[in-house]
Design a protein around this ligand. Structure first.
Ligand code: AMP
Length: 434
């Protein structure tokens, strides 16, 4: 089915062509006609299915020829996702004359105020806290919003944004079209959805229990103390191009990034305590191949869109099955293939079992024949605990990074990503496919 048969106008179709898309994805085929007709929609779709274009394209179509002021608001849980959605919106809107803007916390508010007051936008992507701050300063008016999107709404509620969402909803006109995208529907979100949507259509195309096709999953049972050594070996294999390694805590991500760097890998950490420019730089460096590995936490995993990630490696088994599916969704994006490996210590078997129950199938267990599972862990050099990345151990879920609520202390940190040396193919390891 070509995009042209979905009822999109020529200026939007030109944007789609310029983006290089040939065929609409399943969620785009289903959602675009529903949205064009003006219905509210609840879509169960994970990142990687093409859901962003599924709501942006028909909304841009509906906004054509309207008055030149802010009419579309897209709320996202994280800055990364906000930036990603804005980039997509700019691409698709290129031939429409519509103006696109983005606001999120963690960066100075002044330039965002100037953008809203002086330049004006038709479509705004925002994180909830910063949007309320801007509204409180009378820098943005939400009175004329006709289209509202709640993107990754379950994650917004997870992060404690439900009250902010309620506040924002009260500032919007009652008469509007509302779209909600979410992998799950927890009770708190159900309440928000009841308030926000009117007679919504429902689409359940890619339930979170079905990771995108093309992802090869495997579990590597290994004693906890040997995880870093096993990961080091994995990253040195030929077929591992760029990888995202997930840890549960920011502290764990910093420590692991440091250890990998010391072992010759090119690495940057990505988590909520990194400044916006550090995060952007890390993503850019991974995209350009300047680094091989990002060590990230779950919050950072939402909205990351880096083409060509060959491997997602869970250094820790995620606590929740939803996080597992979201993490491995970073590889194998539309039409691509990728591998998702999980290092599992004996004490993590319970979490893994919950994930397998959620997926409805077992994930194969694999051992690396080259790896001595009875070896002693490689000692870390003395003094390796005092480091330049550590910023405290708080789990990501408690953090907001917005509106000064619970801001993490920010000791001076390098804006440089970590650059090390990539291991050479013949460096004392026999190489084999994993
Ligand atoms: P999303 O699920 O919105 O995060 O999209 C995942 C990735 O798929 C992004 O890199 C999009 O640019 C890409 N994408 C979206 N729609 C299509 C399409 N119809 N054909 C090919 N790639 C697409």
């Amino acid at each position: 089915m070509p995009f042209a048969s979905l009822g999109l106008p020529p200026s939007v179709l030109r944007g789609v062509r310029a983006a290089g898309y040939q065929q609409p994805t399943p969620i785009q085929q289903k959602a675009i006609p529903i949205i064009l007709e003006g219905h509210d929609l609840i879509g169960a779709a994970q990142t990687g299915t093409g859901k962003t274009a599924a709501f942006l394209l028909p909304l841009l179509a509906r906004m054509l020829d309207g008055p030149p002021w802010l009419r579309t608001l897209i709320l996202t849980p994280t800055r990364e996702l906000a930036a990603q959605v804005e980039t997509n919106a700019r691409d698709y809107a290129r031939f429409t004359g519509l103006r696109v803007g983005v606001v999120y916390g963690g960066v100075p508010i002044g330039p965002q105020e100037r953008m809203l007051r002086q330049e004006g936008v038709d479509l705004l992507v925002a994180t909830p806290g910063r949007l309320l701050d801007l509204h409180g300063r009378q820098s943005v008016s939400l009175e004329d919003i006709q289209y509202l999107v709640l993107d990754e709404a379950d994650r917004m509620v997870d992060m404690g944004f439900a009250p902010d969402l309620g506040r924002i909803l009260r500032l919007l006109p009652k008469k509007r079209q509302t779209l909600l995208f979410s992998a799950t529907m927890p009770p708190d979100l159900n309440k928000v959805a009841k308030d926000a949507l009117t007679d919504p259509r429902r689409l359940d195309l890619a339930p979170p229990s079905r990771p995108a096709a093309g992802i090869t999953q495997a579990v590597y049972p290994v004693p906890r103390a040997l995880k870093t050594d096993l990961l080091d070996l994995m990253l040195g294999q030929d077929e591992v191009g760029s990888a995202i390694v997930f840890t549960r805590t920011k502290h764990g991500a910093d420590r692991l990034a440091r250890q990998l760097q010391r072992r010759g890998h090119t690495v940057a950490p990505l988590h909520g305590n990194r400044t916006q420019s550090q995060r952007e730089r890390a993503l850019r460096d991974l995209k350009r191949g300047r680094i091989q590995v990002l060590v990230a936490t779950d919050i950072a995993s939402r909205g990351i869109d880096v083409d060509g990630i060959s491997h997602v490696i869970n250094f820790d088994v995620p606590h929740s099955p939803e996080d597992y599916v979201h993490r491995i969704g970073r590889t194998g994006r539309v039409d691509a293939v990728g591998d998702a490996f999980t290092l599992m210590g004996p004490e993590e078997q319970k979490d893994l079992t919950a994930i397998e129950r959620f997926l409805g199938r077992a994930i194969p267990r694999v051992t690396l024949p080259d790896f001595d599972y009875h070896r002693r862990p490689t000692p870390e050099p003395a003094g390796s605990r005092g480091d330049r990345f550590e910023r405290g151990e708080r789990g990501e879920r408690g953090e907001r990074g917005e509106r000064g609520r619970a801001p993490a202390p920010r000791p001076a940190a390098p804006s440089e990503p970590m650059h090390g040396r990539r291991p050479k193919p013949d460096e004392g390891r026999r190489r084999r496919r994993m």
